[in-house]
Design a protein around this ligand. Structure first.
Ligand code: NAD
Length: 501
């Protein structure tokens, strides 16, 4: 039980978990005012992990009031930037120190493999907080060139109270990506985690206080989207919503803004990201390995999943054969607490049903099933779906158009870059895209003409914190990571001083 390379170690850690299940308001865990709770379930086993406070508008009211008090007091918003930097660096260090606790918590709560938590989510989270911490004293205002009789300076100031509404596919990391820029710029925050994965947000809030963060600056309201999330997005004293989730709910955020106080809204939504493989691909083996990882990593529950494979007809046969081979060898669904597992269950049985029904639509609309297509026979207890591959997919099929958010890849045959680019852009989404080619001009042209916010050439999913993360078209209007995120949590103020003669 002391060897973290074994499943037994992680099962023992999971069995010993004790969860905080309340909202976190003004530096303390509190139950819902009306006492209601909801269950969060381990999707690998169906076991109820905890009963979590179900937030209502009244709980949101308390959290927003606490955030507003903290903001107006200046305890954080006017704190010396170097002191804010120190708190956030400590916060980042504490996340790193508690890596195993975060890893096992999100793994049991939403099903992703423990190895992904340890290698991607947890490092991606403490690195994000550290990256933004380091900007604390780098954000500058300006003095403009005006007539000598005036001094005009521009302050860049925090917005006030920010609501952060995040999804379940990377519970810790999506929260960290937004908390970093929101907090470092001096805002107070009310974080609303997804109801499918509420548990790690409570840990985050606790560690912020341990790092020296003042009470009331980071609050967490738990609850279902249609109630707690909606109340937050409609609140008249919330200055901004930073949202990550589906297009459907992203649109609602804008409606709620219009129905309330015209609060700022940034959205990071879904995708149907193309991976183009051209006839002059350098190394088909490597390319296929990337393509397989790009769709099956995190069970395909990734906004940027490379779900549309646009493969030139000259390499199509070899591509599909290699893809089947590498997918079967690399992704076998299993116990997410086993460090050797590369694919866990989907997040809920409801989501599993949705993904299976999309697979059915692929079959019934005439695509050719090359791999998977159902529930793994040995794993009928959890919410598992086999890695699935369709070839013979046409652009009008549902599986070519809609985000499935599961381990389902669709191969469309193309003839050359013109057709590939035109099909790649034939979507309402525009989050990510990749191209595999040896031709520099083709790659540069793709970089220029593809309608997507994140583009890869001869790779997929590479990047660091400097990379703007966000979409074109209905994939959203915000940018996470990157320095640009700071401007989304600040506003300018013009101060014109009349000097006189
Ligand atoms: P979702 O839109 O159902 O939920 C996201 C959040 O919104 C949750 O916290 C939920 O409780 C809340 N919510 C739901 N209905 C609401 C309402 N009516 N009012 C207020 N809040 C509400 O999305 P999901 O299923 O949790 O996440 C999957 C989606 O997120 C996918 O589409 C995926 O592509 C997208 N995503 C995008 C990015 C990105 O960076 N672009 C990253 C991760 C996930």
């Amino acid at each position: 039980m002391t060897d973290p390379t074994t499943a037994a170690y992680w099962h023992a850690r999971a069995a010993a978990l004790k969860f905080e299940t309340g909202h976190f308001i003004d530096g303390a865990f509190v139950p819902s005012l009306d006492g209601r709770v909801f269950e969060t379930v381990n999707p690998a086993t169906g076991a109820v992990l905890a009963e979590v406070a179900a937030g209502s508008a009244a709980d949101v009211e308390r959290a927003v009031a606490s955030a507003r008090r903290a903001f107006r007091s200046g305890v954080w918003s006017r704190m010396d930037p170097r002191a804010r930097l120190a708190v956030l660096e400590k916060f980042s260090a504490l996340i790193e120190e508690n890596a195993e606790l975060f890893a096992v918590t999100d793994t049991v709560d939403m099903g992703k493999p423990i190895s992904e938590m340890l290698n991607i989510d947890v490092p991606g989270s403490y690195t994000a907080i550290k990256f933004f911490a380091e900007t604390a004293d780098k954000l500058e205002g300006a003095v403009t060139s005006t007539a000598a009789s005036a001094l005009h300076y521009i302050l860049r100031q925090p917005l006030g109270v920010v609501g952060l509404i995040v999804p379940w596919n990377y519970p810790l990391m999506m929260a960290a990506w937004k908390l970093g820029p929101a907090l470092v710029t001096g805002n107070s925050v009310v974080l609303k985690p997804a109801e499918q994965s509420p548990l790690s947000a409570a840990l985050l809030a606790k560690l912020f206080i341990e790092a020296g963060g003042p009470p009331g600056v980071l609050n967490v309201v738990q609850g279902v989207g249609e109630e707690a999330g909606k109340a937050l997005a409609l609140h008249n004293d919330v200055d901004k919503i930073g949202f990550t989730g589906s297009v459907e709910v992203g649109k609602l955020m804008m409606i709620y803004s219009g129905q309330s106080n015209l609060k700022r809204v940034t959205t990071e939504c879904g995708g149907k990201s193309p991976q183009i493989v051209l006839a002059d691909v350098e190394d088909l083996e490597t390319t296929v390995s990337y393509c397989v990882n790009a769709i099956y990593g995190n069970q395909g529950e990734v906004c940027s999943a490379g779900s549309r494979l646009l493969v030139d007809e000259s390499v199509h046969g070899d591509f599909v054969a290699l893809f089947r081979e590498k997918a079967a060898a690399g992704f076998n669904p299993g116990d997410p607490l086993d460090p050797a597992t590369t694919m866990g269950p989907l997040v809920t049985s409801q989501h599993q049903k949705k993904v299976l029904s999309m697979i059915d639509s692929g079959r019934s609309e005439g695509a050719k099933l090359e791999l998977g297509g159902g529930v793994p026979s040995a794993l009928n207890q959890g919410c598992y779906v086999e890695p699935t591959l369709f070839s013979g997919v046409s652009p009008s099929m549902t599986i070519a158009r809609e985000e499935i958010f599961g381990p389902v890849a669709s191969v469309l045959k193309v003839n050359g870059i013109e057709e590939a680019l035109s099909l790649a852009n034939n979507t309402t989404f525009g989050l990510a895209a990749s191209i595999w080619t040896r031709d520099v001009s083709t790659a540069l042209r793709f970089g220029r003409d593809i309608e997507a916010g994140i583009v890869w050439v001869n790779c997929y999913d590479h990047g660091d914190m400097t990379q703007p993360w966000g979409g074109f078209k209905q994939s959203g209007n915000g940018r996470d990571k990157c320095l640009e995120a700071l401007t989304q949590y600040t506003q300018t103020k013009s101060v014109w001083v009349n000097i006189g003669a």
